[in-house]
Every structure is written in structure tokens, then in C-alpha cells.
Design a protein. Structure first.
Length: 366
């Protein structure tokens, strides 16, 4: 059972994203009514968190009955019948804006038979014109796999490669091309999520997400950690602690060492971090971790090189790092670290370390 500390961290992570997305507008396009039904609880949570939503779905009697049932229990789904041509009209968008302003959650029911691609373009046009920041496309399969590797936030170069070689991607070429083109054209974030209960919740309210995010590249920033970053640092480290690859730290310990942490941020979100801890005449490069969505993009490498450069002006003899992961060990070696005996590391460090951990140590001479 999770302890109270872990539960509180979960709550703080949730509240962080509630605050971040409050009053934002999200749009959802459902190709099948059952996909909408499956995610109704997720959508209700978003609405309760103050996230405004517009839902687009093909008309379905069963879905209408379910929405009416939810409304009797206090929800505010508002059924709006429309068609593709009307979606692009200012009058229709104004109607939706007024309904949103009244606190409703509009669900636009569309007639069957409209061309799917053209309809999706109209949905995105409507969402962008109304100021939506994300458009979700729930479906049976959310994860994009390129050349055998899951990619949850593809870069422009990865998408270009996948489109040039369609057989390397798990998405059909026409779908991948559509999503990429729409994101590039409108600059809005497009999210492909699985149509299963909890998928939208995980995508919106957790650091790790659940689907595939199509977005333009934001400036990457390396910065010093602040006291206000303590909870985010703990949240990012937590999966590594659970996996046994990082030693757990308490909030007080992180706060005490906060000036030792360097953070890698994308669009002001922390996506990777590491600490430079001082021991006698050298440093330990510790707590290196990256959010899964942002792995395999060279960010950990940039972060480590930044810390090496920072350490080089200190007059220290060198820095060391430890890991229980063979892959991470190979990563350190690729940057010029060499394996070294743990017994050769500083006495002050050895007094604190649990030598029962099956770690391998690496040394970098400054």
C-alpha cells in the first residue's frame, strides 16, 4: 500500500496540472460513439477541474441516452446537432462559446456519412478558431512506433523519416500525414490517446502521459533548480526510485540539496534533471533521470555535458557517477567516463553509501 507521502505527491502532481490547464479549452473528436462512452468519466474529471471542452461525435442514440442519464446526476453535457459546413461558421462558434461561458460541456453530434478526413479538418478548424490548445483523437491504438521504438512525442525529423518510409511506422501513412500536416498548419497540439477509461486522465494530469503528442518544438532551457521545484523533482524521480535505479530522497533532502540540481525544461516543464553533489576534491553526478516521453532525444547527454562544463571550472579533480543499469553505464562511457572501483571514491561519500546496491561506478577526470 502506498504510504501517505506518496499519496500526497500524487495529489500535488494532479493539482499542478489542474492549475496549469484550468480555463483552457480542449477539443475531442470521436470517430465512434463507444469511444466517447468509454471516456465519459475522464471528461467529467476534466470538467470538474475547470478545463473547458467541446466534444465532436457522430450521432448515436445509446450515447444520447447515457448523456441524459449523466445529466440527471448533475453533469452538464449539452447536446448540439450540427454538420460539417456549420462547424466553420462564426454563428455556430459563437453559440458554442456562449454555452461554454454558461458552464456547459457541449457535445456536437454529427450526421453519419460525412467524409471523415474533411470532417476532421473542419473540427480542427473550429477548435483552433475558438482558441483550443489541444485536440484529442481517441482511438483503438494510441502509441506511435517508429522503427520498433515507441515514440510518445515525435520530433519533426522523426516524423519526416516515418513519412518517407511508411513501413517503419505503426500508424497508417495517411493518418500520420494528416496529423503531422494539421499540427504544422495550425500550431495546435494534437494528441492521439487510447479510447479506454483513464487514458485521458493520465495524459492530462501526469508527468508521463499516455498517448502520442504531436507538437511543435519548444525552446529547451537548462536552469538551476529553485525551492518551488522540489515536488516536481520528487515526482520525476519517483518511478526511478520504484524501479530501484535511484535512491529515494525525502522532500527535506531535496530542499537541502536544491542548489545542486540542474533542470532541463521544455516549454517551462521539467523533463530531465541531475544533481552535482560535492565530496572532498570531486563531485558526484547523481539523480540523473528523464521523463519517458522525452527520452532518446539527446537531452540527458546535453544535461550531463552541461554539468561536466560546470564542474571543470571548479578546480576539482574529477566527477563520478554510479548506476545499476547497463544501458546507463554505456551512456556514461560514451561521454568519456571510465569504470572505476567504488572503493576509490571519496571517504565522505563511502560513509553515506549503501554498498549492498549492485551499482557500477564511473569516473571522469576534469
Amino acid at each position: 500500500m502506498e504510504n501517505i507521502e506518496s499519496r500526497m505527491l500524487n495529489a500535488l502532481e494532479l493539482l499542478h496540472y489542474c492549475h496549469k490547464f484550468r480555463d483552457r479549452l480542449f477539443a475531442f473528436y470521436f470517430e465512434k460513439a463507444q469511444h466517447c462512452e468509454e471516456l465519459l468519466t475522464d471528461l467529467r474529471v476534466l470538467h470538474t477541474a475547470g478545463i473547458r471542452q467541446i466534444l465532436f461525435c457522430y450521432a448515436d442514440d445509446r450515447l444520447v441516452q447515457k448523456l441524459e442519464l449523466w445529466n440527471r446526476s448533475g453533469q452538464t453535457f449539452l447536446i448540439v446537432n450540427s454538420n460539417e459546413l456549420e462547424l466553420r461558421t462564426p454563428a455556430f462558434m459563437g453559440q458554442l462559446q456562449r454555452q461554454l461561458g454558461d458552464g456547459a460541456l457541449p457535445i456536437v453530434l454529427l450526421p453519419h456519412g460525412d467524409d471523415s478526413t474533411s470532417l476532421k479538418e473542419s473540427v480542427i478548424h473550429c477548435a483552433v478558431a475558438m482558441g483550443a490548445t489541444k485536440v484529442f483523437f481517441p482511438g483503438p491504438e494510441a502509441h506511435l512506433v517508429i522503427q520498433g521504438r515507441k515514440v510518445s512525442c515525435p520530433t519533426p525529423s522523426q516524423l519526416e523519416e516515418a513519412l518517407a518510409h511508411p513501413d517503419t511506422s505503426s500508424y497508417p501513412a495517411d493518418e500520420l500525414g494528416f496529423l503531422t500536416h494539421q499540427q504544422n498548419t495550425h500550431g495546435i497540439e494534437i494528441v492521439r490517446v487510447e479510447a479506454e477509461r483513464g487514458a485521458v486522465f493520465r495524459e492530462v494530469f501526469t508527468h508521463f502521459g499516455s498517448g502520442t503528442l504531436f507538437t511543435h518544438e519548444f525552446p529547451d532551457v537548462l536552469r538551476q533548480a529553485h525551492e518551488s521545484d522540489v515536488l516536481d523533482i520528487l515526482a520525476i524521480m519517483r518511478p526511478y526510485v520504484r524501479a530501484g535505479t535511484l535512491k529515494e530522497m525525502t522532500p527535506d533532502e531535496v530542499l537541502k540539496a536544491i542548489n545542486s540540481f540542474t533542470l532541463y525544461t521544455v516549454n517551462e516543464q521539467i523533463v530531465a534533471l541531475a544533481a552535482l553533489l560535492e565530496y572532498d576534491d570531486c563531485y558526484e553526478l547523481a539523480k540523473l533521470c528523464t521523463l519517458p516521453r522525452y527520452q532518446a532525444r539527446g537531452r540527458a547527454k546535453k544535461l550531463v555535458l552541461e554539468l561536466i562544463e560546470k564542474a571543470q571550472g571548479s578546480g576539482k579533480r574529477g566527477l563520478f557517477a554510479l548506476t545499476v543499469s547497463v544501458q546507463v553505464g554505456e551512456f556514461f562511457e560514451s561521454l568519456g567516463f571510465q569504470p572505476c572501483p567504488r572503493e576509490s571514491l571519496p571517504e565522505a561519500w563511502k560513509r553515506e553509501y549503501d554498498f549492498s546496491r549492485p551499482s557500477v561506478s564511473y569516473w571522469f577526470s576534469l
